[in-house]
Design a protein around this ligand. Structure first.
Ligand code: FPP
Length: 264
């Protein structure tokens, strides 16, 4: 594999076009998930309010969507607001909700033009009504778009998602709609918020933290993890290309031996 002989130092020195030429379009991750961390630190470094970091973070979201379409990636999931984030100061929570609404208002036209389907995971009913209305409108109007799935995790927690799925399943079992024998991993996954989406092939977390933080706990079982020190508002096209190159250098074994994988 020619990628293996290229040292990290060389890759860092390449320009974006050279990086692009290293990417194998046949082995792209189908679904990439992001923990967008470091907005607050980005703002603090510039003596700006935290919300300015979130605002700049939205520019990164826009750019990552653009480069993903350019490459041919089919699905993106962004961890925009966790269940734990409700405990942040009220002014920050309110500002994040307003940013979300503004984003959906301004981006809906672009989503239609670029054939992007918008959807969400998480306890959406906990969001303010005005944000919910925009979410429903965007999800409804983009439902037939095919190029890219843009999935926003909002009021999301992995344990909450699994617990909610277990409750729904228990209810169906109690009502005799399903039988105990039917319950397999695949069957259970249908009760998760992500049903219909492939599991992420790659999960990227920015800002130097190496944790999962209750994100997609079920779905990340075999996902390649990429951690970078770059703060989310600085995570743009070049960083994304580097992350894809890093992903393509990994050997995904799904529990098999290296020899078995190479024989397939
Ligand atoms: C973590 O950074 C980031 C968040 C809690 C929110 C992420 C939200 C956005 C990028 C904007 C919302 C997106 C859309 C599309 C509406 P942090 O605040 O924890 O940063 P810190 O660790 O440096 O303080």
């Amino acid at each position: 594999m020619f990628n293996d002989i290229i040292k990290d130092r060389d890759v860092e020195q390449m320009d974006d076009n050279e990086l692009l030429s290293l990417i194998d379009k046949e082995r792209l991750p189908r679904h990439v998930a992001f923990i967008m961390d470091g907005n607050g630190r980005w703002a603090r470094e510039r003596f700006l309010p935290r919300i300015a970091g979130h605002q700049e973070g939205i520019e990164s979201v826009r750019e990552i969507i653009k480069v993903s379409i350019e490459l041919g990636i089919k699905a993106l999931t962004f961890y925009a607001f966790s269940i734990e984030n409700w405990r942040r100061p009220e002014v920050e929570v309110n500002a994040l909700m307003r940013l979300l609404e503004k984003y959906l208002q301004s981006e809906l036209k672009e989503m239609m033009e670029n054939n992007i389907r918008f959807q969400t995971i998480g306890r959406i009913k906990e969001l303010p009504e005005s944000a919910r209305r925009w979410i429903e409108k965007a999800a409804h109007e983009t439902r037939d778009n095919k190029k890219l799935i843009l999935n926003m995790a909002l009021s999301y927690g992995g344990r909450a998602e699994i617990t909610d799925a277990a409750k729904l399943l228990a209810n169906d079992l109690k009502d005799n709609k399903i039988s105990m024998e039917e319950i397999t991993e695949e069957f259970f996954a249908k009760y998760l918020n992500t049903h219909g989406l492939p599991d992420p092939d790659l999960m990227i977390r920015t800002s130097g933290e190496s944790r999962i933080s209750n994100f997609l706990l079920w779905q990340l079982a075999y996902t390649e993890l990429h951690f970078t020190k770059t703060l989310w508002p600085d995570f743009r096209r070049r960083e994304m290309l580097l992350a894809i190159i890093d992903y393509q250098r990994r050997e995904r074994r799904f529990g098999l031996t290296g020899e078995q994988v190479n024989r397939r």
